[in-house]
Design a protein around this ligand. Structure first.
Ligand SMILES: *Cc1c(COP(=O)(O)O)cnc(C)c1O
Length: 355
């Protein structure tokens, strides 16, 4: 006899991690290319001598620090093992089998997976022709079973962002017992003043008595700690408490906690890096557009090439130039902005594809 696992798991797509090919330039996973700051490496090394002890499961120091930085009570913060884990916890905390999660599609690949694993249903609302969240259609798609809506802003993989005005109008239309989650994994790369800081937006909503807005942030992207797994939610107290209930104890490890604190200490230095990436993003997009590619304006650390049927060929072409991008078959390629030389290698590959 073989062990019986859930038969429905066979229908689930496996999460596709970015490919790593020896000697190739990796622009597939939206990490920052620059290595960790020496001060962060030192903090990790110092903490390594105490890893025979369990981590602080409540991450008190990090929670306190974030609460001060963001100007929100500590009870509104829930730390998680990467914000992808918090996505899963949010679904677990809000949904049972008879409930639904709503999100745009295409958006972050983890949403359908964590929703399905939690046993909840899902409703996907296509992006507009401009590859942006269709918030009107999303509001119209909310049904009595809907418990939660993910709004990925800027959106992964298209890089497009929705504005403060659009989100506020959307929240107006969402029933107050349905949680709106702004996933801001790429917030630090936003330079359009019309795109909100989700935490400020949430605070304003809470002040109006709207206790159904939460925000997800991560140390994986701008803060360069993808390998350590730490993120956080800023949520109304009842939601943050529910997140802590479904948290796998000790899953935010001790090194991640000290590295996150050291990264907050070095925030100015890290934000300088982000601004350089933003400048490169503009350069890369301009060159691609000049070469005839369609590239939506990106507010993240990547660009999206909606290549449709040509996606697989473009992907192979980039691989033959030793550049690894992230292809979504039949839809497009997402290309992370790296260091200038890495971007040059990608541009050389892309420009020779079109000619
Ligand atoms: C990368 C990413 C995350 C989470 O990353 P973690 O490493 O799990 O913190 C969350 N949301 C989106 C949209 C992302 O692209």
């Amino acid at each position: 006899m073989t062990v019986r696992t859930r038969p429905d798991l066979a229908t689930l797509p496996a999460y596709v991690p970015g490919r790593s090919i020896p000697g190739a330039i990796k622009l597939a996973s939206n990490e920052v290319s620059a290595g960790p700051l020496p001060s962060v490496v030192q903090a990790i090394a110092d903490a390594a001598t105490a890893i025979n002890r369990y981590p602080d499961s409540a991450a008190v120091e990090l929670t306190t620090r974030l609460s001060e930085k963001l100007g929100v009570p500590a009870e509104t913060i829930a730390v998680g093992c990467g914000s992808v884990s918090l996505c899963q916890q949010l679904v677990q905390a809000t949904c049972t089998e008879s409930d639904d999660v709503l999100f745009a599609w295409r958006s972050f690949e983890a949403y359908p997976i964590v929703t399905h694993v939690a046993g909840a249903g899902q409703v996907r609302v296509p992006l507009t022709d401009g590859h942006v969240h269709d918030l009107d259609a999303m509001a119209a798609a909310i049904r009595p079973k809907t418990r939660m809506v993910f709004v990925c802003n800027p959106n992964n993989p298209t890089g497009t962002a929705v504005t403060t005005e659009q989100i506020e109008a959307f929240i107006e239309k969402v029933p107050s017992d349905v949680l709106v989650v702004l996933d801001e994994a790429y917030k630090e790369f936003v330079d359009d003043p019309d795109v909100p800081d989700g935490v400020e937006l949430a605070k304003a909503q809470w002040a109006k008595g709207r206790d159904n807005v939460a925000v997800l942030r991560t140390f994986s992207k701008a803060y360069g700690l993808a390998g350590l797994r730490v993120g956080y939610a800023v949520a109304p107290p009842a939601v943050a408490e529910a997140l802590r209930k479904v948290f796998v104890p000790f899953s935010v490890n001790a090194l991640a906690q000290v590295a996150a604190l050291a990264s907050l200490d070095a925030e100015d230095e890290l934000m300088v890096r982000c601004r350089a990436i933003v400048a490169e993003r503009g350069r890369v997009r301009d060159e691609l557009v000049s070469a005839g590619f369609e590239v939506p304006v990106s507010q993240a650390n990547f660009v999206w090439l909606p290549l449709g049927e040509r996606t697989a060929a473009f992907n192979e072409h980039c691989l033959s130039h030793k550049v690894v991008v992230r292809a979504f078959a039949g839809e497009g390629c997402r290309v992370t902005i790296g260091e200038p030389e890495e971007n040059d290698a990608f541009l050389a590959a892309a420009l020779s594809f079109n000619s």
